[in-house]
Design a protein around this ligand. Structure first.
Ligand SMILES: Nc1ncnc2c1ncn2[C@@H]1O[C@H](COP(=O)(O)OP(=O)(O)OP(=O)(O)O)[C@@H](O)[C@H]1O
Ligand SMILES: [Mg+2]
Length: 252
């Protein structure tokens, strides 16, 4: 189980995450939703210990997560990746195997086989020798998914994996998520409102600095909670979605 207790982050005095607590069980896919600037990425980074926290505890299987980061696969938000870094697709995925290599097991055949399987699983085997920067957005997301698979982690943190991917890649991501869920992994996925894909998640955390709601889609997506998270913008969003359902008219 992943336990996050009273996590708080601020950047030079400006609060980004305020006293957030929740638990995740093995075999759960949980979505984090909230507006831009709500602290979703900061929350993920704080869980991983990538940014200093002001307060809070993060435990995995009752021990500090910071001491077992090898158990975590993290896929950052696309905007935070340096796409010009000169590295091939295959080597990006191979990086996931570093923690598995012992001194007597240099570049093991087992690691090579696992990397190959991961590249094939997400249909980018043919692209393995290409520099990562030359791939399309959807292909790049699949490379990072392959990297997460090759790491054989227990806990998966994805920050907006669906941005810039087409329906086919989205479906592949969910297929892989389901496989991971079935094998008892924990998945925490930052998304937006996820209206169409809501059924793929077991639970949602709605945040805007604080945790506003934690529960099923119908428990979390209520007018009261959306107002608390998005403020007056939610009225505008509702108008757009209603009018688009009524035949693609522009909102008045
Ligand atoms: N490195 C940083 N230094 C200072 N402030 C930061 C830094 N990173 C984020 N912030 C601020 O912290 C708040 C939360 O940012 P964060 O990136 O976590 O939000 P988010 O929910 O992931 O947003 P988005 O949906 O746009 O990705 C914002 O107000 C942002 O401006
Ligand atoms: Mg973000």
């Amino acid at each position: 189980m992943l336990e996050v207790q009273h996590l708080a982050v601020n950047y030079r005095g400006v609060v980004a995450v305020e006293d957030i607590s929740f638990c995740l069980d093995p075999g759960e896919i949980v979505g984090i939703i909230g507006p831009n600037g709500a602290g979703k990425s900061s929350l993920i980074k704080a869980i991983l210990g990538l940014i200093p926290i002001e307060r809070g505890i993060v435990k995995f299987r009752s021990r500090a997560l910071s001491r077992q980061l090898g158990e975590v696969a993290y896929i950052p938000q696309r905007t935070q990746i340096d796409w010009d870094y000169p590295i091939t697709v295959q080597n990006v995925v191979m990086m996931a195997r570093i923690r598995h290599r012992s001194l007597f097991n240099a570049s093991s055949n087992q690691s090579k086989r696992i990397v190959q399987e991961a590249l094939k699983r997400v249909a980018i085997w043919e692209l393995r020798d290409r520099p990562i920067g030359e791939l399309s957005g959807g292909q790049q997301q699949r490379v990072f998914l392959a990297q997460a698979l090759a790491q054989e982690a227990e806990l998966f943190l994805f920050d907006e994996p669906f941005v810039g991917v087409d329906k086919k890649t989205e479906a592949m991501l969910f297929e892989v998520f389901d496989e991971l869920k079935s094998s008892g992994k924990i998945l925490l996925v930052v998304g937006h409102e996820l209206r169409e894909t809501a059924r793929e998640y077991d639970r949602f955390l709605l945040i805007n600095k604080k945790l506003i709601a934690n529960g099923s889609h119908s428990e979390v997506i209520t007018p009261k909670n959306l107002q608390a998270a998005y403020g007056d913008n939610v009225i505008f969003l509702n108008r757009i979605s209603r009018s688009s359902m009524e035949g693609g008219q522009c909102p008045p």
